[in-house]
Design a binder for this molecule. Structure first.
Ligand SMILES: Cc1ncc(COP(=O)(O)O)c(C=O)c1O
Length: 360
């Protein structure tokens, strides 16, 4: 079986050992005699999986004991609305750093609840960077500041925790959670779709501080109420059992391979390898400004669309898959999530060197 080098932005490459464990447990979950997709989510066997997943989330991401860990559905996209519904009241203000399409969608949903405002917005430059502290002012009346830590489409990323002027921080960490340093205890709420660094699509990790839990109004529809999900241990309704199993395995793989410090170092090295090639010659045209370059998603253009199409096509023939950029930026995007090995980046860079020699 030939698995390609998978640079997809998400769903994305998973550790091979995790996919193999999934294959085996689809038939028989942990020796129970019942397959993972066939077992009751109320069974002791599956409860042990959920407990393990939560414990690993807490250990790997250093989640404070008084935070809630939830496994929800509806993607990060549901959290755009659900976070505002739970944390904001009609008439109240929330501020947003708008660094891409996902922040735009987050603010659009929050506006359904309250006075959500972009206090920094790079749309006029097609999102080539994130703001530095001091470039925006958080309103006095803002209840929280929302930001998107990594902009999957543009390949830009915060390399600092945004200054929130003392206000609670709410963050969408979908595309760099568990791949770069993040201080959970300094966030009021974090949410992330699992399908990049944590597992398959259809599962969303939500972390909530005591402050966030204290904000939840009573009487919300049950499925949109964090308090309901927290009280029932993410089992108010039937959860994404396969997703939770895979997330647990992925975090186990991380722990077996040095945890966050090792992932951070590996990811830094992969990104440095690729950016060095992008900076070697003017043939490549990186999208992100150097101070905002993402470690997880690297984006660049070529001198013409014809060359970009040829690049993607020839790369695929050379076993390098998933490199076509998002349509709003065009060009090329290479996603370098935790499970992508250095050897995949080395293969990409040697393909690029050869492509540039032939076409530059
Ligand atoms: C940063 C970010 N936020 C939100 C989303 C939307 O996630 P979902 O498709 O899980 O709703 C994505 C999807 O790629 C993303 O990259």
């Amino acid at each position: 079986m030939a698995r390609l080098h998978n640079f997809s932005a998400g769903p994305a490459v998973l550790p091979l050992s995790v996919v193999e464990a999934l294959r085996d447990n689809l038939l028989d979950l942990n020796g129970s005699g019942v397959g993972l997709m066939e077992i009751s989510h109320r069974s002791k066997t599956f409860q042990a999986v959920v407990d393990s997943a939560e414990a690993r989330v807490r250990r790997v991401l250093n989640v404070p004991a008084d935070y809630k860990v939830l496994f929800l559905q509806g993607g990060a996209s549901l959290q755009f609305y659900m976070s505002a519904l739970n944390l904001l009241r009609p008439g109240e203000a929330a501020d947003f750093l708008v660094t891409g399409v996902w922040s735009q969608k987050a603010i659009k949903e929050a506006k359904r609840i309250g006075d959500a405002r972009a206090i920094w917005d790079d749309a006029p430059n097609n999102f080539t960077r994130v703001p530095q502290n001091g470039e925006y002012t958080v309103r006095d009346e803002a209840v929280y500041l929302h930001y998107t830590s990594n902009n999957t489409i543009y390949g830009t990323e915060f390399h600092h925790q945004p200054d929130s002027a003392g206000k609670p921080l709410v963050a969408d960490l979908s595309s760099d959670i568990a791949g770069v340093p993040a201080n959970v205890s300094e966030h009021a709420m974090i949410y992330a779709g699992a399908q990049k660094n944590l597992g398959p699509s259809g599962l969303t990790l939500v972390l909530l501080s005591p402050w966030a839990m204290s904000r939840i109004p009573s009487g919300l529809p049950a499925m949109l109420d964090y308090a309901v999900h927290a009280k029932d241990g993410s089992m108010y309704n039937t959860p994404n059992c396969v997703g939770i199993y895979v997330l647990d395995q992925v975090l186990g793989w991380m722990e077996d391979n040095g945890g966050m410090p090792a992932m951070i170092a590996r990811n830094r090295k992969k990104a440095d390898t690729l950016y060095a090639e992008l900076d070697r010659t003017g043939f490549w045209r990186p999208h992100a400004r150097p101070d905002s370059r993402s470690v997880m998603n690297v984006t660049w253009r070529l001198p013409s669309e014809e060359l970009e199409n040829a690049f993607v096509k020839e790369a695929k023939a050379a076993t390098l898959d998933g490199l076509k950029g998002h349509r709003s930026v065009g060009g090329i995007r290479a996603s370098l999530y935790n499970a992508l090995g250095q050897e995949s980046v080395d293969a990409l860079v040697s393909f690029m060197t050869d492509f540039e020699r032939r076409n530059g």
